[in-house]
Design a protein around this ligand. Structure first.
Ligand code: CA
Length: 649
């Protein structure tokens, strides 16, 4: 059966040698085509077409290493074709069952000195994944990658949706880059970035009427640095770039080093003529494998955390009891005890707090500062996660007290040295049955699949900014419409959503003013995907919010079997459907100035006569109505400005 399927797939495999030096590889449905060539200088180039329309013009491939120069004078020796047909289950991403079907070609190149490098190119219906493998040529087994040529040259009418990489060692307590910068929509190609050091993955490109491309990378472990996109040239070329030398307080190499034979992470491009495949892609997980087995059956769920609304002062015993009680009242699985617990509660009193939480059926996530020598962030607990010796002692203590997860904050950048720290924390934590959330951190690159106890990363201008600045509140709806298409498309996003206070302070009467509606806040619980969600709900919300709001928050899940984009445009509005078991949640939000009336097709509800629809009344207060689809399976909804509609069965 398997063989028959492969033969069938092979028959679909469109690999043509147009001429001696050109290799064309097409997706199984033949819509996506990648043409790889060598020019007269022996440089590898590739271009990408979707439904015969240009997505990438001739763009560079190859690399320069400390051992060999694979950027020019290359000769194509041979190619090897195969079909990758893989089914896998994943319990913490946008869908649980994934079928990855791709055509693969491995192109083997040689330098004039007979040194060998291979380009591995995989093309599935909407995704390209490419990486390089390097042979050991001679006795030199150590290799520094000096420059990767891989680039993405877009047609000149393309516009970009990018977020800048920050200059190292700037910002609060020298904690940048912390991957908390703003996206700029629809910018012209080659516009200089805010800091001049390129862009953080992923980058979204709108190639006019030709389509869309989401560029990212995956499979980054301790064996490489995390990369970024360079500044763009005026003619639209963006290349893979390595971290800045100043990251991690200047310590550690900016360039990655590998042992030979070795390989690079995957560079990925999701391509389509509409936004659905951009939102629904699973490519970050399709091409990686688990690096170790889970030591226990990790359970995901909902959490409360006092720090978001009550801030630093709330890291005291009594306030933590209040948030444990809130978690218990809501039926949540977890409470997050945030930074400063070591000083303001004291390590010796923590076990009795843990015991209290456990007596209420609430498990604990505990916060740590990652820092050794890479920033000045003062919050503790410090120096518990930066070395193997300290980590193992701390994790033994956590395990003895039944702690289920840690949130580790304030990382030093994207150098290989820091990637090693992320991996070491994850690997050690798994030995003690502990889940890990990262904050003040880089984009996770395939980590949900690679590391079984990895839960989520911030790497976004998260909910804390709604507490810190009114601007963030004014732009809240706008930012929320970007994430499903960009940041949250490639990895779980630990945003800490659902702020139900009207004013963002402890007494709900001062501080920043929330512009969005209660239903909008509920919608973010569905829109923002992370398998453990730290919801920003506060104890007063149990009495000052409408019952329908609290009931929704008691029942909303954090894991999803399926994710479907129904409608939307980044920066304007989004209608996204997610299924948890047999219950669908369709969340629609609107960032535009006027209410938006749209008719949407909802085939998932075809057999449901009564739908629950949450929406905003004209006075922006929440309401819950019963609705049904028309004969065509459609529903017309009106989404208020900075408001939302949620439909469930
Ligand atoms: Ca942060």
């Amino acid at each position: 059966m398997r063989k028959a399927l492969s033969l069938f797939a092979l028959s679909l495999f469109c690999l043509l040698h147009l001429q001696a030096k050109n290799t064309l590889i097409a997706s199984p449905d033949k819509n996506l085509k990648v043409n790889i060539s060598l020019n007269t200088a022996g440089e590898i180039k590739y271009n990408v077409f979707y439904k015969e329309k240009a997505i990438l013009e001739d763009s560079p491939l190859g690399m320069v290493t400390s051992v060999s120069d694979f950027s020019k004078n290359l000769k194509l020796i041979d190619t090897k074709e195969s079909v990758i047909d893989k089914h896998y289950s994943q319990n913490r991403i946008k869908q649980t069952e994934v079928h990855y079907l791709a055509n693969e070609v491995i192109l083997n190149y040689e330098t004039p000195k007979k040194e060998k490098m291979s380009l591995v190119m995989r093309v599935s219906n909407n995704d390209i994944a490419l990486k390089y493998t390097l042979a050991q040529n001679g006795e030199t087994a150590r290799c520094i990658i000096q420059k990767e040529m891989t680039g993405f040259k877009f047609p000149d009418f393309t516009t970009t949706f990018l977020t800048p990489q920050a200059t190292p060692m700037i910002g609060w307590k020298q904690t940048k880059p912390s991957y908390e910068e703003e996206y700029i929509p629809d910018e012209a190609l080659g516009t200089p970035s805010k800091y001049g050091v390129g862009y953080t993955f992923p980058g979204l490109f709108h190639v006019g009427d030709n389509g869309w491309a989401l560029v990212s990378e995956t499979g980054v472990s301790s064996l490489y640095c995390a990369s970024k996109l360079s500044e763009g040239t005026k003619d639209g070329l963006y290349t893979v770039a390595f971290p800045e030398a100043g990251e991690n307080n200047g310590m550690g190499m900016a360039n990655p080093a590998i042992a030979l034979p070795g390989e690079t992470p995957w560079r990925t491009i999701t391509v389509a003529d509409n936004l659905k495949p951009i939102v629904e892609t699973t490519i970050p997980f399709d091409v990686v494998e688990p690096l170790y087995k889970p030591s226990t059956d990790y359970k995901f769920g909902r959490s409360t955390w006092s720090w978001i609304m009550w801030q630093d002062h709330s890291l005291n015993y009594d306030d933590q009891v209040a948030y444990i009680n809130l978690a218990a009242d809501l039926g949540y699985e977890y409470v997050l005890i945030d930074g400063l617990w070591d000083k303001q509660i004291g390590r010796e009193r923590m076990p009795s707090l843990f015991k209290y939480a456990q007596s209420k059926g609430v498990d604990v996530f505990l916060w740590y500062n990652s820092n050794g020598y890479w920033n000045d962030a003062p919050q503790g607990a410090k120096q518990c996660m930066h070395t193997s010796v300290a980590r193992k002692a701390e994790m033994k203590w956590l395990k003895e007290h039944g702690i289920k997860g840690i949130k580790v904050d304030f990382f030093g950048g994207d150098k290989q040295e820091t990637m090693k720290l992320y991996e070491d924390i994850l690997s050690d934590a798994n030995d003690y049955g502990i889940m890990v959330i990262f904050h003040g951190c880089t984009l996770p690159r395939g980590w949900e699949r690679m590391y079984p106890n990895f839960v989520g990363s911030e790497a976004v201008l998260a909910s804390e900014n709604l507490i810190f600045s009114q601007d963030a509140n004014d732009a809240e709806a706008y930012n929320a419409t970007l994430h499903p298409f960009i940041r949250n498309s490639v990895a779980s996003m630990e945003f800490g959503p659902v702020l139900l206070n009207k004013r963002h302070n402890r007494t709900n009467d001062g501080g920043q003013i929330r512009k969005t509606t209660d239903i909008f806040q509920l919608a973010t619980a569905v829109l923002f995907q992370s398998p453990v969600q730290m919801f920003a709900i506060a104890p007063n919300n149990l009495t000052d919010c409408d019952n329908l709001v609290i009931d929704f928050m008691k029942n909303v899940p954090t894991t999803w079997n399926e994710t479907v984009l129904i409608d939307g445009y980044p920066g304007k509005y989004v209608v996204l459907a997610r299924r948890h078991q047999d219950k669908w949640y369709v969340a629609a939000i609107n960032a535009e100035k006027n209410a938006k009336k749209i008719t949407i097709n909802l085939p998932m509800f075809n057999n449901t006569s009564k739908l629950q629809m949450y929406s905003d009344k004209k006075d922006r207060s929440p309401q819950l109505e019963t609705k049904s689809l028309n004969k065509k399976g459609e529903l017309t909804i009106e989404i208020q400005s900075e408001g939302a509609v949620i439909i469930t069965n």
